[in-house]
Design a protein around this ligand. Structure first.
Ligand code: ATP
Ligand code: MG
Length: 350
């Protein structure tokens, strides 16, 4: 069974070919270099960049995998959630190819793909050697989402905790901006944190009505207020100028203290979720923030039965889209009518 996967939900244009669950090719063209100078993604620019990249990316994935359209069985594409203009390029391309080559099409939820990146073990040098076992808890931590999802079996998802405001990845990106660290914020905060003191500043852990829910907007504000205090300026001081008043040592200490707080919050909630679900056999991390090395170290040390995607599959890619499709097909889920393929903005998994 050969699946061609397509991903274009945000600022990565990607295509991958999966044969019987094994990855044959994986092509990702990232727009990070375009958005570095802006400090964030501009949706219209992202959509135009996808338009330029998508056909060459698909051609390369097909030629790298040494396959052709005659032997490709299925097409899988991310249809939600994401930036509408970006999703439109991927889904219209997939739909056109499905009609042109007469292939069944699967519309795949982006968060499901992030979770299924953990089944891409064979292709990664640091990927898990075993498959996650059910029932499992997945912590999806990305630029747009922070959720704890319970899975009793393939393709069955129950959201038991979610962020009430910002996603943790968004929080990394916004705090990096305040500290004058480059976009995307996650990797640059992680790099600065290595040189900083994580105990220098103390930030609160928010309380939520459902103890498994998250709230990261308060943490973002707490860091901002502490930076203002440290710089000796008032609340009305322009936040984009704060970076000019900070020393490299202060920046590293803020990065380390924020990162520690964010990781502590994530693992605290996960431990509670595990306690409330004692039959849990695996904990599965997913999404861009799961690339964080300190998080990996702390989670592994906490004796939870953890799985992390290979770092090259933690951000957006199409290998995970094809893998999620593989398990939909195995579960007997029917293809999506290409003419009725719908798009939706960021939303929950269930
Ligand atoms: N090493 C890291 N440490 C912390 N955060 C990281 C790291 N690497 C990447 N990130 C963060 O991961 C996020 C991007 O992840 P991802 O591509 O999964 O999100 P997205 O696709 O934008 O959002 P979503 O998947 O919710 O639609 C960014 O916020 C980025 O800062
Ligand atoms: Mg993503």
């Amino acid at each position: 069974m050969i699946i061609l996967g397509i991903e274009s939900s945000c600022d990565e244009t990607a295509c991958a070919i999966l044969k019987d669950g094994e990855l044959l090719s994986n092509v990702v063209v990232s727009q990070i270099d375009i958005f570095k100078s802006y400090g964030g993604v501009i949706p219209e620019v992202a959509a135009r960049s996808h338009l330029e990249a998508i056909l060459p990316v698909i051609d390369k994935a097909i030629s790298d995998a040494k396959v052709n359209w005659d032997i490709i069985d299925y097409i899988a594409v991310t249809n939600t959630p994401g930036l509408l203009g970006s999703l439109l390029i991927g889904t219209l391309t997939a739909r056109t190819l499905a009609i042109l080559h007469n292939k069944p099409l699967y519309a795949i939820h982006h968060l499901k793909s992030h979770i299924y990146s953990n089944w891409l073990s064979a292709s990664g040098e640091t990927g898990p050697s075993q498959r996650p076992q059910f029932p499992l808890l997945s912590l999806v931590i990305s630029g747009g989402h922070t959720q704890i999802i319970k899975m009793t079996h393939h393709n069955h998802f129950e959201i038991i905790g979610t962020t009430l405001d910002d996603a943790v990845g968004e929080c990394f990106d916004k705090i990096a901006k305040i500290l004058g660290l480059p976009y995307p914020g996650g990797p640059s905060i992680a790099a600065a944190a290595e040189k900083g003191n994580p105990k220098k500043y103390h930030f609160p852990h928010p309380k939520t009505k459902n103890p498994l829910d998250f709230s990261f907007s308060g943490l973002k504000t707490a860091v901002l207020r502490q930076v203002q205090k440290e710089c000796g300026v008032g609340l009305d001081f322009p936040s984009h100028e704060l970076k000019n008043l900070l020393t490299p040592e202060q920046i590293n200490d803020f990065a380390a203290s924020f990162q520690k707080t964010a990781i502590d919050i994530l693992l605290e909630k996960l431990r509670l979720a595990k306690k409330l679900n004692p039959d849990t056999k695996s904990i599965v991390f997913a999404g861009g923030v799961s690339a964080n090395q300190e998080l990996r170290k702390m989670a592994t040390a906490s004796e939870l039965p953890v799985f992390f995607p290979n770092p090259k599959f933690s951000g957006d890619n199409a290998a995970m889209v094809a893998m999620a499709c593989f398990y939909e097909i195995k579960s007997g889920i029917k293809p999506t009518d290409p003419y009725k393929l719908t798009l939706a903005p960021r939303s929950d998994l269930c």
